[in-house]
Design a protein around this ligand. Structure first.
Ligand code: SF4
Ligand code: SF4
Length: 363
């Protein structure tokens, strides 16, 4: 069945040329590509084979899979039946026990060197990897075994991408990210706690269409979805620029929809697509629901200084600065850019201090 091209498969399912082009337009929009790319996508998809996908879940809360099942473009059913061959997924597969493990081994054998490995959850390295095992195989051993035959790896969620909650201080299990362990395969990180469903499917669609991973930033995140920070796309930004801030969650400012910066919003230092892609079929997103961004797509966000604590200077007196300085907007923009750069590089630096060697010392 996997030898069929996607074009052949869709025709077999009765999809017309017009329907196919609509499908290509939806795929382009899912990958945030301009409409002029639609014919190129159509050509690529016509010839594309459904890739085998093996999905491994390690130290996680199943939020990433929950998020994927909320995808509306395409739906999880569409994704599985039309786009990919999901050959192994602990939560979604019908098989259990030996049958499930057999399916994983068969998929690896049949598509060695070609399948896509998706991982959610971090990998415990403490106690020689014994903190978490599936089918009697430690997460560490299973990751290494499956990664060996993968064409590429997608680390879905902040736990797989950066260690996430399990890596939060004091990191009792010695949790590590996929990229801390696997260093010889192309890896794309799709962080978020959980990640936005259309971002997960967009990355899978990009791999299917072009046979390659999308362009990445310095944290291996797809630039198309993580290229801008929340703050730059936030609809509350005009209030920020005017120095109008909610001071508590139920004051007059909060009721008027003012900026949530003083309530701890981490939008200025967080890169994700929430403000544009939004959640629940584009219905809303956390800042629109009245809660500041907690920076869930950044490394070590759990330890980064408190969810409800405002970012430190130069942001603290931002309202006063704006009221008293004529060129405040420009100053704020420059200060924000500096802080963004500093916070990002600090985050990376801090993360780099926890190496596999350090973690194995704990075991
Ligand atoms: S600080 Fe938060 S609420 Fe305020 S404009 Fe920036 S992202 Fe929006
Ligand atoms: S608004 Fe911030 S904390 Fe909320 S989901 Fe988006 S990136 Fe994560």
């Amino acid at each position: 069945m996997n030898d069929q091209t996607l074009g052949e498969r869709l025709r077999q399912r009765g999809v017309s040329r017009r329907g196919f082009m609509k499908f290509c337009a939806a795929t382009a929009s899912m990958m945030a590509l301009p409409p002029m790319m639609i014919p190129k996508i159509a050509q690529a998809l016509e010839q594309a084979k459904r890739p085998s996908v093996i999905w491994l879940s390690f130290q996680e809360c199943t939020g990433c899979t929950e998020s994927l099942t909320r995808s509306h473009a395409p739906t999880i059913e569409g994704l599985i039946f039309d786009h990919i061959s999901l050959d192994y997924h602990h939560t979604l597969q019908a098989a259990a026990g030996d049958g499930a493990e057999h399916a994983r081994e068969e998929a690896m054998k049949a598509h060695w060197g070609e399948y896509l490995l998706v991982v959610d959850g971090s990998i415990p390295l403490g106690a020689n990897g014994d903190y978490s095992a599936i089918a009697g195989i430690s997460n560490l051993a299973m990751l290494k075994e499956v990664a060996a035959g993968a064409a590429a790896i997608v680390s879905v969620g902040t736990c797989a991408a950066f260690g996430g909650l399990p890596m939060a201080n004091p990191n009792p299990t010695g949790a590590a990210a996929v990229e801390d362990i696997i260093t010889d395969k192309p890896i794309v990180n799709v962080p978020g706690c959980p990640p936005i469903p259309t971002v997960i499917t967009g990355v899978l669609a990009h791999f299917l269409t072009f046979g390659a991973l999308p362009e990445l930033d310095h944290l291996k995140r797809p630039k198309v979805f993580f290229g801008q920070n929340i703050h730059d796309r936030c609809y509350r930004r005009p209030f920020y620029e005017r120095g109008e801030f909610a001071e508590t969650f139920d004051d007059e400012g909060a009721r008027k929809g003012w900026c949530l910066f003083k309530l701890g919003c981490k939008g200025p230092t967080t890169y994700n697509a929430c403000a544009t892609a939004r959640w629940n079929e584009g219905t809303s997103w956390p800042v629109e629901a009245g809660h500041g961004c907690i920076g869930c797509s950044e490394p070590r966000f759990w330890d980064a200084g408190g969810f409800y604590k405002p970012l430190s200077a130069p942001f603290n007196n931002i309202g006063d600065t704006i009221l008293t300085a004529g060129a405040a907007g420009l100053a704020v923009g420059a200060a924000a850019a500096v802080l963004n750069r500093r916070t990002k590089s600090d985050a990376v630096k801090n993360r780099e201090t926890i190496t596999i060697k350090d973690l194995s010392k704990e075991s």
